[in-house]
Design a binder for this molecule. Structure first.
Ligand code: KG4
Ligand code: ZN
Length: 347
């Protein structure tokens, strides 16, 4: 079954065709990064306008790359939450109109479930074995940092979240403050490779009143931006590389520490990471360093860590396979309570 997936929740306009929730026939990602770079962050109105301009050509390209005509599409899916509502509405409305015109089912998909699904898609560099449920999910994107027990593709129990900023936000804000470039995570990851992670000993948070797997990044962000001298080692040069490496080391330790606690609590032996921050090279290294051989760490291929429509088509297929679809009055939502209130997401 061929599902055309559409993703427009932030600054990537993406359309993909995926067969049976597994095989990617096409996954076109048109990035808007050049249009947001001068603002050092995503400007929602620019994002919505670019989605409007690009959605049709990107969908046509996805069909062309898949060597399919529209009548060979069996269902159309789009991200409807969480994200920038202006962008979501573009993809959602386009998907509904196309589904209606083709007389095929429409499916609305939660973007975060998409990120968790990414390692299940087959590519030339997919993980050797696909994770069996249940596993521990580490969802780290621009807007979310979530640790959850994943029982099925749409059944998630949240064990911990950030109590303030997300990890991705901290990368973006530190990069923005020090004028390192955009997007922050990518730039910091690159700079950190030639920096000293011990140049500064930035503090890790102690969340006395939080759940054991909760995390916090705003203290680290404040320390890096406003109290750098306090934590900088005497005699070590202040360079962007050293700053990036020391900040990244602390950010990644906060994530891995929370994952370790969650593994202990749940007894799970497999961790699946997803979202833009899952591309981070130090996170990947520290996870396998710290979790040892008894825990399997699964990261999606780099090109499936960031926002893409293949992961949306993959989740949609799973809904379709169990006889589910979404009404044409389905709305878009900036936020979802699903990942805050420690419950399974509702459709
Ligand atoms: O999942 P994503 O592409 O979009 C959202 O759903 O938000 O995640 C974007 C986030 C941004 O904060 C970006 O700076 C971060 O992922 N990111 C990274 C890396 N690549 C992207 N953070 C750390 N290291 C990276 N290599
Ligand atoms: Zn995302």
């Amino acid at each position: 079954m061929n599902v055309l997936g559409i993703e427009s929740s932030c600054d990537e306009t993406s359309c993909a065709v995926v067969v049976d929730g597994k095989k990617i026939l096409s996954n076109v990602v048109a990035t808007q990064i050049p249009f947001h770079t001068i603002y050092k962050g995503v400007v929602p109105e620019i994002a919505s306008r670019k989605h409007i301009e690009w959605i049709l050509p990107v969908a046509r390209e996805a069909l062309k790359e898949a060597s399919l005509t529209p009548d060979k599409i069996d269902a159309v899916a789009a991200t409807n939450r969480p994200g920038l509502v202006g962008g979501l509405l573009v993809g959602l409305t386009f998907a509904k109109a196309l589904a209606l015109a083709l007389g095929k089912p429409f499916l609305a998909v939660n973007h975060m479930l998409g990120h968790l699904y990414a390692p299940r898609l087959l590519t030339s560099d997919s993980p050797a074995d696909l994770p069996d449920y249940p596993f521990l999910g580490l969802l780290v994107s621009g807007g979310h940092s979530i640790i959850c027990k994943v029982e099925n593709f749409d059944s998630v129990e949240v064990l911990g979240t950030t109590v303030d900023d997300s990890a991705g936000e901290a990368f973006d804000k530190v990069a923005k403050f020090y004028n390192l470039g955009y997007p922050g995570g990518v730039v910091i990851d690159k700079l950190a490779k030639s920096g000293d992670p011990k140049a500064a000993a930035f503090p890790l948070p102690n969340l006395h009143n939080a759940a054991p797997c909760d995390m916090s990044f705003s203290g680290l962000k404040t320390a890096v931006i406003h109290q750098r001298e306090t934590f900088w080692k005497k005699g070590v040069d202040f360079t962007n590389e050293n700053l990036a490496a020391s900040f990244q080391e602390a950010a990644v330790k906060i994530l891995v520490r929370a994952v370790e606690r969650a593994l202990k609590i749940t007894g799970l032996k497999v961790v699946v990471a997803g979202g833009g921050v899952a591309a981070n090279s130090r996170l990947r290294a520290l996870m396998s360093e710290r979790l040892g051989k008894s825990v399997k760490c699964i990261f999606p291929p780099l090109k499936l860590c960031g926002d893409n429509a293949a992961m949306i088509a993959g989740v949609a297929y799973q809904y379709f396979a169990k006889g589910d679809n979404s009404p044409l009055n389905t709305s878009a939502f900036a936020r979802v309570s699903d990942f805050k209130h420690r419950a399974t997401p509702n459709r």
